[in-house]
Write a protein that binds this ligand. Structure first.
Ligand code: AMP
Ligand code: MG
Length: 333
């Protein structure tokens, strides 16, 4: 898949430094409406440019409903979801799933193949070994990790395209879509806004963002902050692109001076150590979401090499020493 630089014109943006996406305060011009809520266990923020506030409110409500629907289908934490059914039937039988869930799992496996398993939704087979929730933090022993790691292997996910079924080959295996489902949900949100007549919007769920259309005729301004510092260090003017950030500071704890975070390297079973933060720009948010996590695990050298191979994909990586590395389609100011 050779890279076509013409696809990347919109990335020739203003970048100063730094990393994690934040929305800059929208201009106070009339016709910009905002909504904040919590869905899929994360902060959802929508900003739309519209002439009609009632239309914006209706669209916001439709998006929230859709996100709740996706959570009820794809969460690995709720009991009655299809993902839980897949996990509960690991080693027993294939489970028939809705077509959008099948599509997300298919995309996840595609990214696993592309990254030689650095991205792997069966990381969830390690549930309980690691715990990052406040008050329950735990560092497992190397032998415990080694034992459970045997269950982590995307090649043991059996997908039947004709029947839309998913089967995990071995008992004890589990999948978790924490690195990809939010991106899919953000894409759905943007589609719903468009269907409701809103063409200019930003939808941001946690670290995953879709920037669609324009802000009063100009590209939307997106800010990025450094993974270790408070201040805003980067600014982009963007349109029609998805931006996702994975960081070691999102879910973590520190024990004996070591930072343990939630992005697990399937080769070791321990938190990936190559980066502090990875931002990926891609044509859609499911892709940017999966790739930001994948590149985080791959680390800066291999991560940038992969970004460079993929059409419409750019990356900004803060490596483990705090140095920023960027793919060639991004121009530093
Ligand atoms: P993100 O914030 O999109 O990078 O997603 C991080 C989440 O992805 C974690 O909280 C886990 O739920 C999940 N995860 C951790 N390690 C991996 C991995 N190697 N491949 C896929 N998902 C992972
Ligand atoms: Mg991700």
């Amino acid at each position: 898949m050779p890279k076509n630089r013409k696809d990347n014109w919109f990335f020739t943006a203003l970048l100063i430094a730094g990393l994690f996406l934040i929305l800059l305060p929208a201009r106070s011009s009339a016709g910009v409406f905002k909504k904040k809520s919590v869905v899929m266990g994360t902060d959802l923020e929508m900003i739309v440019s519209s002439t009609d506030e009632a239309k914006a409110d209706k669209a916001f409500a439709s998006v929230e409903n859709e996100m709740k629907r996706i959570e009820d289908e794809m969460s690995e934490w709720k009991e009655k979801t299809f993902v839980s059914a897949i996990n509960n039937n690991a080693g027993i039988r294939a489970v028939s799933v809705p077509s959008d869930l099948f599509k997300v799992i298919w995309a996840a496996v595609t990214v696993s193949k592309l990254t030689d398993g650095a991205f792997d939704i069966t990381w969830a087979s390690m549930r309980g070994v690691w715990d990052f929730s406040p008050g329950h933090e735990r560092v497992p022993s190397a032998s415990e990790v080694k034992e459970r790691l045997k269950l982590v292997d995307y090649r043991d996910i059996v997908l039947d395209e004709k029947k839309n079924t998913v089967f995990l080959k071995r008992k004890g295996m589990a999948i978790g879509l924490g690195a990809i489902a939010k991106g899919y949900a953000v894409d759905r949100a943007t589609q719903i806004l468009a269907k409701e007549g809103i063409r200019d919007s930003i939808v941001k769920a946690g670290g995953d963002m879709r920037v669609q259309g324009l802000d009063n005729g100009k590209p939307w301004e997106i800010g990025i902050k450094h993974p270790r510092k408070k201040e805003l260090l980067a600014k982009f003017g963007l349109t029609n692109v998805s931006v996702s950030t994975s960081g070691d500071y999102e879910r973590f704890f520190i024990k004996d001076n070591v930072l343990y975070h939630h992005i697990i390297d399937p080769r070791t079973g321990f938190p990936a150590r190559g980066a502090m933060s990875v931002t990926v720009l891609a044509p859609d948010t499911m892709t940017s979401d999966a790739l930001s996590t994948a590149l985080f695990v791959l680390g800066p050298d291999k991560g940038l090499e992969l970004a460079n191979k993929l059409n419409g994909v750019e990356a900004i990586i803060v490596d483990a020493s705090g140095k920023m590395r960027i793919s060639p389609g991004i121009t530093l100011k």
